[in-house]
Design a protein. Structure first.
Length: 422
DNA sequence: AACGGATCCAACCGCCTTCCA
DNA sequence: TTGGAAGGCGGTTGGATCCGT
């Protein structure tokens, strides 16, 4: 026996709504407001179940709903968020101006899904090479195959998944002829310290973020030492044709020429892949929720008319709470949820005021725009501007290449610190 | 013009979460 | 703390429309 439909009742109408029914529903809700859906049909004189009324209102009759063709910007947003979030239509819809989840879902299923799958299929022949061919022939380059990125494991319960946030997923890395699975944190650990050193100053122009970059640098040095040691062991104990994830990861330098060659490709397949990487980076930047004390905030306005979320509006009032303040737990959880959903980067401080005093810059890694030259355009603003943001304020943008973006990862223990606080 | 397959999308269904008494 | 009601969400369906033959 199946579950009885929640609104099963003999004599109720189903199927397409008539103009008269719409009018009845519209005028009733105008008069009495939303809610009380179960009793609404009877009161409004409709032979429909409450659920059907709610859906009709939410997806069709509610004032302000935008209908019609999606703009290219909206399409790109859907593709990017879907890569991050999967089929979380209501969440995705919240990032589009006045679109309903149902409409976004339909648009994905009927148009975008096929297009993206076709692009991804094409991209199988265009791997992106992130690591150089070493002088040591035993060390093979890492090749992140585009189809592998697509197959990133979305199941957080996977035995191999990186569990630090519950949302960071495994990526399959193809190295020569072997295929191995890695958490994205591990993947990003391929960033070498000296390259990090070159890149971080671009991102760390303030005291506060310099502190973070120093920590990052320190961690990366330790990581590199460890990996080099492991690599040397592996290279001695395996023959030269075998390839392991370890000897890939320890490679000293990124090959900027190769990265450039891949990143400069103008094929649409490559751009789909770069967008995918951008999406993954948005998740990876969860790790930047860290800090040396309380909690700060990240994210620059919703953009595209998406409006401010509850989190953003609470923060915009310069009232960022301390994590030690129990009354602020909800806000902190909102922050985490927001970061998880959008990929907004977050940085630390104990209050909005303090962040302002530190002159901190806030980068919005959740909303990367892929430029014609295959660089990523990142919105940024100062904490002061963020907290005192007025509608219509423009944020500045900075262009980063793929490898520069890769430098923005931070140690995962920082995130765990924060979880500990909660 | 008629037919049939493909596509679109509003609406339904059932599970899950949240709310509240 | 608990259980029922209400609401939210995502998967799926089926009728309408489009389009090629």
């Amino acid at each position: 026996m199946g579950r009885t439909p929640c609104c099963y009742q003999k004599g109720l109408r189903k199927g397409a709504w008539t103009a008269e029914e719409d009018q009845r529903l519209l005028s009733y809700v105008k008069q009495h407001g939303e809610g009380g859906w179960r009793s609404l049909p009877h009161k409004a004189g409709l032979l429909r179940c409450g659920k059907s009324c709610r859906l009709r209102w939410a997806n069709y009759l509610r004032p302000g709903i935008r209908r019609g063709e999606f703009s290219p910007e909206e399409e790109e947003t859907i593709i990017r968020l879907h890569a991050n979030l999967g089929n979380r239509w209501s969440t995705i819809a919240r990032h589009l101006y006045r679109r309903t989840d149902n409409e976004v879902k339909n648009y994905w299923n009927t148009r975008l899904k096929r297009r993206v799958e076709a692009e991804v299929s094409k991209s199988k022949d265009h791997p992106i090479i992130l690591s150089k061919t070493s002088n040591n022939d035993d060390i093979n380059p890492i090749i992140i195959n585009s189809s592998s990125l697509v197959s990133c494991d979305e199941d957080s319960t996977s035995a191999n998944s990186d569990t630090f946030s519950g949302v960071t997923k495994d990526c399959t890395i193809t190295s020569s002829t072997t295929t191995t699975s890695h958490g994205v944190t591990e993947l990003l650990s391929t960033t070498s310290a000296d390259v990090l050193n070159q890149g971080v100053p671009n991102l760390a122009t303030t005291n506060a973020s310099s502190t973070i970059s120093q920590r990052c640098h320190k961690n990366n040095n330790a990581l590199e030492t460890k990996l080099l040691s492991e690599s040397s062991h592996v290279n001695k104990s395996t023959n030269s044709t075998s390839s392991t994830s370890t000897n890939c990861i320890c490679d000293d330098h990124l090959d900027h020429d190769q990265v450039s060659r891949s990143a400069n490709s103008t094929s649409s397949a490559s751009r789909v892949l770069l967008n995918k990487i951008a999406s993954k980076l948005a998740l990876i930047n969860l790790e930047k929720i860290i800090g040396s004390g309380g909690i700060g905030v990240g994210g620059v306005g919703g953009g595209g008319g998406g409006g401010y979320s509850s989190l953003e509006s609470s923060l915009a009032s310069n009232s960022t709470p301390s994590v030690n303040d129990n009354s602020s737990t909800d806000v902190v959880e909102d922050l985490l949820e927001e970061v998880v959903e959008t990929g907004f980067s977050a940085v630390c401080g104990t209050s909005g005021e303090e962040l302002c005093q530190q002159g901190l810059e806030i980068f919005d890694f959740g909303d990367l725009t892929l430029e014609a030259n295959n660089n990523f355009l990142v919105e940024k603003t100062t904490a002061a501007n963020y907290y005192n943001a007025k509608e219509g304020d423009d944020n500045t943008t900075t262009s980063y290449s793929l490898d520069q973006l890769l430098l923005t990862s931070f140690p995962k223990d920082c995130f765990e610190d924060l979880i500990g606080h909660l």
